[in-house]
Design a protein around this ligand. Structure first.
Ligand SMILES: Nc1ncnc2c1ncn2[C@@H]1O[C@H](COP(=O)(O)OP(=O)(O)OP(=O)(O)O)[C@@H](O)[C@H]1O
Ligand SMILES: [Mg+2]
Length: 402
């Protein structure tokens, strides 16, 4: 085998030094695809829990990121089991490419190359490169792809990997075609104009958007504090579009915890009493003292809000949300009034709720740095969701800085 183009490899390794895992991987793969002279490529990873193979990064004009296939299905399934590279120099002669097209995305493909990603002797995924500008791939290119696959396999493994296809997540609530109009004088303001959204358990969903775009309105609708003008809602798979007042009260009590920017504590109750008060009206509460302990305030349990700092008061308000043992926690700018360190501690607590209790957290923030810890980030614009981004490598709260 001829030598590898070490300069390209070096460049790729440097790109992987980037702090942000996703962009590092994308940039490095882009460099490889362009070096090989191909039109497009994708990195596929197997998920043994779900039995799916997911395309986690996609490069080039044919965007196939976000596609998933069944484990043993088609050429991708084959390549993700193989121990050796697969090269198809003319797809029109290969039955796995019906009509010379990719079976999943339908894009036209003339040639394709698949390099397995092997970790501890197991094939965990593959690097796919399509539409190269030559039918035969030079050996040094193969060596380069081979090295690339090896490096990113280690890299991905080191960084952990948290991709779960939406179809495998458990939706606590689904919203479809949600609109919200507010009367304003003789007129009507259309705040939400058709929002489709799923709230999944065990996930942090961050909502971004300009002031006045309807973020709080959307949170209030999810939390049953406000009702949509039109649209359908399901709760645990059952229709919840037009609940009775009694059902709504039960829902808010047992499903929802709210964390506001201002803490809204009762001034004449101690920290523990503020939490106990809420626990008494819930079906399946956590022990109030335990909730206070979780937020690290045991020694302050008997303090009144006026004797506590802003961060401590915010932690009481989190304990108050935790004590309900809710399925969904809604947080509207929970760190806006806090200094950096206290804000980070509050976020770390929220992170813990998700990992330990599988709570769904829907958080509104103006801080793009905080959005890095989300599993999904949605942007609201002009009354609709304008984009949804999946973070494959959410950053830990304690690794954020702003
Ligand atoms: N109860 C209400 N009655 C009338 N208009 C309302 C009401 N609540 C909200 N609005 C209007 O709906 C729009 C969206 O408000 P919302 O509070 O949801 O925005 P937001 O995205 O949370 O903004 P911010 O980032 O400033 O908190 C605003 O134009 C607001 O004036
Ligand atoms: Mg708001």
């Amino acid at each position: 085998m001829k030598g590898i183009n070490t300069q390209v490899l070096w460049k790729i390794m440097q790109l992987l030094e980037d702090e942000h895992v996703e962009s590092a991987l994308t940039d490095a793969f882009e460099a490889l695809v362009s070096e090989i002279g191909a039109s497009s490529g994708a990195i596929w990873l197997k998920n043994d829990d779900t039995g799916l193979i997911n395309s986690i990064v996609s490069i080039g004009k044919d965007n196939i990121a976000g596609f998933s296939v069944e484990k043993d299905h088609g050429i991708i399934g084959e390549a993700c089991k193989a121990k050796e590279a697969i090269h198809i120099s003319d797809t029109s002669k290969d039955e796995r490419f019906p009509g010379g097209k990719d079976e999943i995305s339908g894009i036209e493909i003339s040639n394709a190359f698949f390099m397995p990603m092997i970790y501890r002797r197991e094939t965990v995924g593959c690097v796919e490169i399509v539409n190269m500008d030559k039918d035969q791939i030079p050996e040094e290119d193969i060596a380069l792809i081979h090295s690339f696959a090896g490096i990113i396999t280690l890299f991905i493994n080191e960084n952990g990997y948290s991709y779960v296809a939406d179809s495998d997540k458990k939706a606590i609530m689904t919203l479809r075609g949600i609109t919200k109009d507010y009367p304003s004088g003789m007129d009507v303001t259309h705040v939400l104009k058709g929002v489709d959204l799923d709230v999944y358990e065990n996930e942090l969903l961050v909502i971004l958007g300009e002031s006045g775009c309807g973020k709080t309105t959307l949170l209030n609708i999810i939390g049953g504090m406000d009702s949509p003008t039109t649209g359908e809602i399901t709760l645990d798979g059952k229709d919840f579009s037009r609940p009775t007042e009694k059902e709504l009260v039960e829902f808010r009590r047992n499903y929802i915890g709210f964390i506001f920017q201002s803490y809204n504590l009762m001034p004449n109750l101690t920290a523990l009493e503020n939490v106990k008060f809420i626990s008494e009206i819930c079906k399946d509460p956590v022990d109030p003292a335990e909730a206070i302990d979780m937020v690290g305030l045991s020694s302050r349990a008997n303090n009144y809000p006026s004797m506590m700092s802003g961060g401590q008061q915010q932690r009481v308000s989190i304990a108050r949300a935790i004590v309900k043992n809710p399925r969904i926690i809604l947080a509207d700018e929970p760190t806006a009034a806090l200094d950096f360190e206290t804000g980070q501690e509050v976020l770390a607590l929220i992170e813990e709720l998700i990992t330990k209790r599988h709570t769904a957290v829907v958080m509104v923030t103006h801080n793009a740095e905080i959005a890095k810890m989300a599993n999904r980030v949605i942007r609201v614009r002009d009354g609709k969701i304008s984009s949804i981004r999946v973070n494959l490598w959410p950053v830990h709260a304690l690794d954020l800085s702003w």
